[in-house]
Design a protein around this ligand. Sequence first.
Ligand code: PRX
Length: 634
Amino acid sequence: MARRIHTLAGYIHEYQRSVLNPDDFWSQIAETFHWRKRWDKVLEWEFETPSVKWFLNGKLNITDNIFERFLYTKGDKPAIIWEPNDPEEPHKVISYKELYKQTCQFANALKAQGIQKGDRIIIYMPMVPEAAVAMLACARIGAVHSVVFAGFSANSLSDRINDCSAKMVLTSDGNFRGAKTIPIKDVVDEALESTSSVEKVIVYERTKTPVNMVPGRDIWWHDAIDGISTENTAETMDSEDMLFILYTSGSTGKPKGIVHTTGGYMVYTYYTFKNVFQYRDEDIYWCTADIGWITGHSYIVYGPMLNGATTLMFEGVPTHPHPGRFWEIVDKFKVNQFYTAPTAIRALEAFGNEPLQPYKLDSLKVLGTVGEPINEEAWHWYHDHVGKGRCPIVDTWWQTETGGILISPLAGITPTKPAYATLPLPGVQPIIVDNDGNELKGNSVEGNLCIKFPWPGMLRTTYGDHERCRQTYFSQYKGLYFTGDGVKRDEDGYYRILGRVDDVINVSGHRMGTAEVENAINEHPKVIESAVVGYPHPIKGQGIYAYAICDLSDRSEENLKKEIRLTVSKIIGPIAKPDKIQIVPGLPKTRSGKIMRRILRKIAVGEVDNFGDISTLLDPDVVEKIIEGKDTAS
Ligand code: PRX
């Protein structure tokens, strides 16, 4: 297969080539695809505005490069293996040929419902193959998909619908998650009360939960495809036409719509999947993410399928109906590459080794992690007990904005080191800067992680607000993309990600902006003001610690805390619920009114001395009062 790196020397060679001559490097990879018209120029860029364009004037369709490209050689190969939430329900195996048919048919159905190239479609669905079909069908006709994780609240959903003026929502009657059935169509109905752009809702029947179908607006998936042709010619797209929008939290209150375009994203997810996981043609690859996150986009759907891989999709959760569920699935399908999040690893490790005992796990060749720093302890457990010491761990560092993996070992090719993402992939040029933007050269340095040269999978803008993209990522350090992460480069030149340096908390690998959570808490009528910080959590990586000034005149502290959690759940979704809430008489603020989170972060971890200079605080006594009340946090 084209462009696979086989040896460490090969990696070093390819890396050097990619830096010395990026145009040649990336065009050789892009040449392995089917383009309806070849690009005129590989790259045009500047990181001021910013403006980044790859494969300029190239014409293509990403689904042509999944289906038409593989139909003769891999038509009967399983594209998706789907394992349902309930182990008693039969699994499904969908070949490339079958997935192609379903995608074409649904693409035609979307058109029949009035969807045109460029229209935005929200996908708010469970982890069923139809969710992948929905994404691919959008890509086929040039509609822009925006997948919203089906655990987000009606309020979060309507914000996203409104931000991109979506014309359609794809959803289902319900969502099986462990022992629960979540009526997600009801959430859509509620969200649509505060939106006006949505004309049609297509509802996939999954749980047989009774739903209210609004005449003229709502249509069942099976009715939408009834009698619709399974033949479809893909729309011709420009390399820089939008492929999808994915919303993610930042340090301000409102999630941003990260925009990825067609040509560069295709080339980048293809290349990184192939090399990081070292996927071989007969392998079964499983990524446990949800398609509502970027990992699901790049490494369940696009990356694997662009490689003609077999990708396993799991509807359920790691611990239902028992904590050996993941391992049961690995053995059932003889999974070769297994890619999950540190939070899942820690949660499963907490059950001890017993749940692993009944399973052989001998098919595993590669283990992967993503989403947050993995602690050495969890790394070793994963390595020794899941991988039986045989499987390299690829600790893959990347972001929604980067589209694909930027820093990671290549499985079995480049060295691994516990808790280190190790080395940049070819084409990726990291740079570490201090807070003034000075480059920290050489090894054994620690600072802010930036990237100094574009890579094809990077974001192009934030939807509807390019200035926000500039400000968030390209304004701190002149001429650099700023990741928001702190990093260390050790004595061997390996990178270790240290976590966010901005006001973003990474809860179980999910990004939450502190301002976003505070805004939600403040919606409770009895909350006067709040401040949220992250603190180390044994399973989630980081937990959310909220300090709130409240009016407790007519309810108990316990009840108020319950209500606050409910409010956050309703406004953002259950993943944003604070783990600890402390009711406080005041917050430590500077004279200019800025909350000193540094102090709150220290108190949250029990470090109650050494605050440094607090004389600039408006009311220094408040710190003492917060410390005194620390034990009331719950
Ligand atoms: O802080 C880094 C952390 O997750 C952030 C990106 O979050 P998101 O856009 O939701 O994407 C997650 C999946 C790609 C990063 O800024 N992060 C991601 N992977 C790692 C990581 N931190 C440490 N090690 C990783 N492997």
